[in-house]
Ligand binder design. Structure first.
Ligand SMILES: C[S@@+](CC[C@H](N)C(=O)[O-])C[C@H]1O[C@@H](n2cnc3c(N)ncnc32)[C@H](O)[C@@H]1O
Ligand code: SF4
Length: 425
């Protein structure tokens, strides 16, 4: 990065998939539908559900979310998710297969009422069942929880609760448009601990508007005091469709988010603090308290090429090596599901080499790559195939060791998404 791009300019930083979403297209929909209609592969199967509602739109958020939605529409949507599950589960590539993991993401899954969640889970069980699932994650925004809802989540079979804390400073939470304040975090955390989930995660963002060294240190200390099983720390990125970017453009001013070196320093300091307290690094964003016990099956299986049936508006899925996305607009999504059709609008059939590269790119986000496993799986050695990229990473100081297993330095891990573009073809 040059000095000027070290400022937090509007744009996307986080590499979520490969090949990038921009290369997915409507022409691949028949291939996606053919993958659904064909016999399954041996890959493990996961389920993702997108719940696109939030109490408020955070000023930094770029996800497909709706606020101020009528209660009837929320109900209609949660029924559509159940119906879409039936449609997907009836397809030959999915029918009768046991789910290995489930992920309720958003948006805010905890926006749904206990009644809606109970009905949705019951319906999902009729389509899939998840008795063999190793992990069922449920994302929550603190202010949407109640003691009864948290207890219900546990009873419904959620095994991993992820709480969007982001920061503990009320002025910072407000300035960034969060719907919750710190008192709601403390209250929610008591309920979560009392309910006894096998695994808990807390999300933080380094670089919220208004953050200072002091406020960041306080947030890190308070997070540590929660004693979560894992902590995920994102560096604030500002994709163009965020309120912060719109506001900065309208005012003709730069965005007010700290620059990348400051955000990396904050994450680096947090990593040091958590390591000193006994946590271990599990990716460029995540620390876990007990690596032998605490897993993140969704991330690991997905990054290693599992099948993922995606339900909900704008959801991203992956089946038998084919990528796909659902309709990104409410009306289109509901119309397709109401008509008994899978609401898929675009996709991509990657080559085998691209599937390998996807595993290289996503795997590096964990800080080290099992090159031997990939060489036996694909018959291509990633060390030889992308030797120029490993050379440049080593020359720039981002690679600690190269063979048999490339390992990033800590400095490399803290900027991992910025390093991945050199692999993209
Ligand atoms: C779907 S949200 C989690 C659940 C819930 N919606 C909430 O925010 O509490 C996923 C996470 O993405 C992260 N995130 C959202 N926008 C971000 C951005 N612009 N930069 C970095 N992280 C972001 C936040 O840490 C957030 O907790
Ligand atoms: S960060 Fe979470 S709560 Fe905020 S708008 Fe995005 S999805 Fe909703």
């Amino acid at each position: 990065m040059t000095e000027s791009t070290e400022r937090t300019e509007p744009g996307s930083y986080f590499v979520a998939n490969y090949p990038p979403f921009s290369s997915w297209h409507a022409g691949a929909v028949p291939d996606v539908l053919a993958a659904f209609a064909a016999p399954p592969t041996a890959a493990p199967l996961g389920l993702y559900l997108h719940v696109p509602f939030c109490r408020k739109r955070c000023k930094f958020c770029y996800f497909r979310v709706y606020t101020d939605v009528a209660a009837a529409d929320v109900e209609r949507y949660s029924q559509a998710l159940g119906r879409e599950a039936e449609l997907a589960a009836a397809e030959r590539a999915v029918a009768g297969r046991a789910l290995k993991y489930v992920y309720f993401g958003g948006g805010t899954p905890s926006f749904l009422s206990v009644k809606q969640l109970e009905r949705l889970v019951e319906r999902l069980h009729e389509s899939f069942g998840w008795d063999d699932a190793e992990e069922v994650t449920f994302e929550c925004e603190p202010g949407t929880l109640s003691e009864a809802k948290v207890r219900a989540l546990r009873e419904l079979g959620m095994t991993r609760i992820s709480l969007g804390v982001e920061n503990f400073d009320d002025a910072i939470l407000e300035a960034n448009g969060r719907a919750h304040l710190s008192a709601e975090i403390d209250r929610a955390w008591e309920w979560i601990t009392a309910a006894g989930f096998p695994s808990t995660n807390v999300d933080l963002i380094a670089g919220m508007v208004g953050e200072t060294d002091e406020s960041w240190t306080r947030s890190v200390e308070k997070t540590l005091a929660l004693g979560a099983d894992s902590v995920t720390i994102y560096q604030m990125e500002l994709p163009p469709n965020t309120v912060f970017v719109h506001d900065a453009k309208a005012a003709g001013t730069p965005t007010a988010v700290a620059d990348w070196p400051t955000k990396r320093r904050w994450v680096g300091e947090a990593f040091e603090r958590f390591l000193a307290a006994g946590y271990a690094i599990s990716s460029g964003y995540t620390l876990v308290r007990d690596p032998a016990r605490v897993q993140f099956r969704y991330r690991d299986m997905l990054w290693e090429g599992s099948d993922l049936v995606a339900l909900g508006v704008a959801s991203f899925g992956h089946l038998s090596g084919v990528h796909y996305q659902n309709a990104a607009h409410w009306d289109d999504y509901l119309a397709a599901v109401d008509a008994g059709r899978l609401p898929i609008v675009r996709g991509l059939v990657p080559s085998r080499r691209e599937l390998l590269l996807r595993e290289v790119v996503l795997g590096l986000k964990r800080g080290a790559l099992d090159a031997g496993r990939l060489a036996s799986k694909y018959g291509i050695d990633p060390l030889a195939e992308w030797s120029a990229q490993w050379d440049s990473l080593a020359a720039e100081g981002w690679l600690e060791s190269r063979a048999p297993r490339p390992v990033l330095t800590r400095a490399g891990l803290l900027r991992v998404d910025a390093l991945l573009h050199r692999f993209c073809e």
